[in-house]
Design a protein around this ligand. Structure first.
Ligand SMILES: Nc1ncnc2c1ncn2[C@@H]1O[C@H](COP(=O)(O)OP(=O)(O)O)[C@@H](O)[C@H]1O
Ligand SMILES: CC(C)(COP(=O)(O)O)[C@@H](O)C(=O)NCCC(=O)O
Length: 418
């Protein structure tokens, strides 16, 4: 059996079935295309972190007068599943025995473990399925609220979260916590939501577009016959959009239209060349089609995002959502669009945990409930002693572990008030 692309053998080898750790809190973001999962796995007693249980106000750093708290070491895990393969997600949860009855686990009591925070449309759509298959109740958290909470948390608490990407150069952006707001959050999921964020829990969804990640994947699948999203992204790497897109130079006899700031290589009309050429779809290379499509959608989102930033005088635009997938060409196109339309005034920034904002926000909402009074905002990303180089050549300081599925985990500590 294949579990989320991991064979049964590997599944066992990686210790997913007989995890020495125990899953305590878990949250889901069930979107139109993907299910995002964030869960905390505490380490066994006696471990380095567990020994660090604290009980003083200073040690916990609490400001609410609660002096009775413990610090739990472990890992915050991030996973994703395709929504159309929701059974893989259910199987995974079942293998983690997250729905298990009869045992108290790291601050979450038995009854609490049968209620999990969930956001996204699927929290409504699949509520009965979770109840039926796992006996679990989904406690619904608003999607926009979750996105904003996740983004705010990451921008404030995680080191090296936001970065710019231009001409193949990745540069991490130092975020000043006191100068974070306002900003525009553009979440590119199946569709696109644009949210003006003014503070913790203070936001307004100011725009959106239905031309998003679902459009890229849906049209791409039809036009290229690709079987997976990753295959489509891969194709776009090697394609040449100029074969299909009509450029300014194609219209202006190879010249720039400098009077209105358009170079001859700028796209005048996405897919426009296909009109005048007497060619069938089969005569175009799938990689060229994939590249044109990716460019068209990324460009369009970058432009709409900038226009909304302009509407509200916002200088910073953060892009999230799994459409991005850390894909160089996608980020480059969005960055160029924002840079072009703003005359270099605004900057596109990307988030390392791009697709997990909603799930993380839902996870954070545990702290609002009386139970465990989770101090998730005290999650601390552990920094390795030896910095490693990332693909963009910059220094990547955090201990992010990736497997083939881009399922990542962060070593962290979590404070629970007792
Ligand atoms: N493995 C994948 N399968 C399907 N779509 C993917 C995958 N990886 C990235 N994507 C892209 O991410 C989009 C979904 O992003 P996401 O932020 O998860 O939104 P949603 O909440 O709507 O599922 C898809 O529409 C697609 O463009
Ligand atoms: C409806 C949604 C919020 C759902 O979120 P998603 O699953 O796409 O992440 C999103 O698809 C969206 O904002 N669509 C754009 C709708 C519009 O403003 O035209």
């Amino acid at each position: 059996m294949d579990r989320n692309g991991v064979t049964e053998g590997e599944f066992e080898e990686r210790g997913m079935n007989k995890c020495a750790e125990q899953v305590s809190h878990l949250a889901l973001d069930i979107g139109g295309s993907l299910i995002k999962m964030v869960y905390f796995c505490g380490e066994n007693s006696g471990s380095e972190h567990q020994q660090g249980i604290l009980s003083s106000k200073e040690s916990c750093g609490l400001s609410n007068g609660n002096t009775n708290c413990s610090v739990l070491g472990g890992k915050l895990h991030f996973r994703k599943f395709e929504t159309s393969k929701i059974n893989e997600c259910l199987e995974f949860m079942s293998s983690k025995q997250f729905h298990r009855n009869g045992e108290d686990c790291h601050g979450a009591s038995v009854s609490e473990k049968n209620i999990i925070k969930a956001t996204g449309g699927g929290a409504f759509k699949f509520a009965d399925l979770f109840k039926e298959k796992l006996g679990m109740t989904l406690d619904k958290v608003d999607e926009m609220n979750s996105l904003v909470a996740g983004a705010n948390f990451l921008l404030k608490a995680a080191s090296h979260e936001a970065y710019t990407y231009m001409d193949g150069q990745k540069e991490y952006v130092q975020i000043d916590q006191n100068d974070l707001y306002p900003y525009l959050l553009v979440n590119i999921g199946s569709g696109v939501s644009m949210i003006k964020v003014d503070g913790d829990g203070k936001f307004e969804r100011v725009s959106g577009t239905s031309v998003g990640g679902g459009t890229f994947w849906g049209l791409g699948k039809l036009l290229t016959k690709c079987k997976s999203f990753d295959e489509l992204l891969e194709l776009s790497y090697s394609g040449n959009n100029r074969v299909i897109d009509m450029l300014v130079g194609d219209i202006y006899g190879g010249m720039d239209y400098s009077k209105i700031g358009l170079s001859s290589t700028a796209i005048a009309s996405s897919f426009g060349k296909a009109v005048s050429e007497d060619k069938d779809l089969e005569e175009y290379k799938p990689e060229d089609v994939a590249r044109s499509l990716l460019r068209m959608i990324s460009n369009n989102i970058g432009q709409i995002a900038y226009l909304n930033a302009l509407r509200f005088g916002l200088k910073r635009i953060f892009f999230g959502g799994f459409f991005i997938r850390g894909h160089a060409y996608t980020m480059d196109t969005i960055s160029v669009a924002v840079n072009f339309w703003s005359n270099g005034e605004a900057k596109a920034m990307f988030l390392r945990h791009e697709g997990f904002l909603g799930a993380l926000g839902a996870f954070m909402s545990y702290r609002k409930d009386g139970f465990a009074d989770l101090m998730a905002h005290h999650l601390v990303e552990q920094v390795p002693t030896k910095p490693s180089r990332n693909a963009g050549g910059g220094l990547n300081n955090s201990k992010i572990l990736k497997d083939g599925n881009e399922n990542i985990s962060i070593e962290c500590t979590m404070q629970l008030s007792n």
